[in-house]
Design a protein around this ligand. Structure first.
Ligand SMILES: [Zn+2]
Length: 42
């Protein structure tokens, strides 16, 4: 079995209750990731 290199495809964005920006990614193999960013006001 060859090593699979995940390809993170951007899937959507959202905002958490605490106001962080959440980005969703997925790979064609079914793996998923989320990235959260703290949005600095001001
Ligand atoms: Zn993958």
């Amino acid at each position: 079995m060859s090593t699979h290199v995940h390809v993170r495809v951007h899937r959507g964005m959202g905002v958490s209750d605490s106001g962080e920006l959440i980005e969703h990614y997925h790979c064609r193999c079914g793996a998923t990731w989320t990235k959260s960013y703290r949005v600095e006001e001001d």
